[in-house]
Structure formats: C-alpha cells, structure tokens
Ligand binder design. Sequence first.
Ligand code: GLU
Length: 292
Amino acid sequence: MLYTGRFAPSPTGPLHAGSLVAALASYLDARAHQGRWLIRMEDIDEARTMPGAADSIITALRDFGMTSDDDILWQSKRKWRYEQAFARLSARVYPCGCSRKEIADSRGSIAADGAAIYPGTCRHGLAPERTARAWRLRVPDPDHPDDLIEVDDRWQGIFRERLSATVGDFVLKRADGYWAYQLAVVVDDAEQAVTDVVRGADLLESTARQIYLQRQLDYPMPRYLHVPVLANAAGVKLSKQTGAAPIDCRRPVQQLQQAAKWLGLDVLPAATTVQAFWSAAVPVWAQRFGIR
Ligand code: GLU
C-alpha cells in the first residue's frame, strides 16, 4: 500500500517552532518511505480559527520546502462527511445535558488532558428537565476487552489506554454545534487513506479515542509515530496557547536544522539550501527508523 502521511495543523495561529517539528517529522517519514505527504487544514473549530493563519501556515511550509502532494483538505468544508459518520455511530451515541461545570463538580477522576472523566450521568437517558447540549459516544464497560486500546508507537513503544478509566464516554458533537476534533481526524485520515500518522506526543492521549472510533466505523488503523513535543527551557510545551512566537521564515535552513536537532538528527551534514537540507536529512531519518 502506498505510504500516505499528513500534517494537520489547526489554523489558530501562525506556524511556530513546535509545529515545525511535527511538520518536519511527518515530511521526513513520508519522503523516507517514498510516499505521499498531504496537508490537511483542521479549521473545524471556527471559533478558534484565526483569520489569515491557514494561508500563513501554507506559505511558511512552502518556504521550508514542504508542499502538499494533493489538494489541501479543509475540514470546514467537510461537515457533511462528519454528519454521515456520526449517523453511522448512532447506536452508540447519546445526547448529554451536562455542563462542563457539572462534570467537573461530579467528583469523577481527571483525564490526562486535565478534563474531568465523564461520569456517565446521561448514559441511560436525559433527565426530563434536561435538554441535549453535546452528543457522546459510549465507550465499553471497564471489564470489556474492547475497552483496552493498545498501540505500538514507532517512537514511544507500546502505549495502552483504558478508555473507561481515562476519558469515559466522549464528545463527538460539541455543545456549540461543532464536530469534535476526534471525529473529524478519524474520518479524514480514513478518507485520505493515511497509512502513517506522525505528530507531536501531546496527541498520544487522543490516540486511543481515535483507534476506538476507527474500529466503530470499520476504518483501517494507521501506524503511529509520536515525536517529542518541543518545550522551552522551563519544560513548557511550545504552543499557540502558550504564546509561541511565529517562526522566522527568512532563515529556513537554520530553523529546519534546529527542529531536526530536537528530533535527535544532529549528525546532519551542513546545508546551505532547503533542498540540500532535505537531501541530507531524509537518509538519516530512513536509517534511524530502518526504512529501506
Ligand atoms: N490539528 C491538530 C493540532 O494542530 C493535529 C491533529 C493531528 O495531527 O492528528 O494539534
């Protein structure tokens, strides 16, 4: 099967050094496999989308020598596809009337991403005085074999997660009417025939939910490789939320070298052009991951 990789930024701000690391890793892996590399613009959360950010990300990627091998997919234009997938899941989906505060106050445990694990309040039907806010997908009971999701990540090794213990029934359609990231990613990865998901390790905690969704929708499971997330000197992840500065595209080779160094590729021969950087970096990546 033809290797297909992707970089899927959320256009909530311009490309920053942290997202360059994820883009670099996914591009290197695709090129090392002589596969395709696609850009997918994850602009599904329109409330968080920053005007102009998508174009600026695409331009920055081009300056770094990365262009999509097919048309860029825009999630904001694909809502009907998420609706179709949602309809296919209807037997396991239920309306939920709980507010964020009610869930936080429910004394349930806290998930890896800091959110409270959904205690299942509306699982057996909405109370009569309640109206549906969000729509949730039922996860298996704790003693059910499907509850345990296991993945052999190409960077992180074996990763195991029990959905009932880490997230509980999770949201597919949000209270503000937007489709949840988890659903959109899974539908799009399947439709774009993505064979390899290469992204930052902060998304490892979403992976079990995504694999569970793939199974519910009879989609194939891609391989995963989660690279270490770029952190600042204080150990804080660089992200748009933590105010990471946009990347300086005037010195692309230096920026690429720095991102490569973060990924442990510090044996690269010196390069003066973007093209020379890629020519040097792809074989090093291929060797590191035993790709022939
Ligand atoms: N859009 C997500 C982000 O920017 C990445 C999604 C993915 O790679 O699966 O964090």
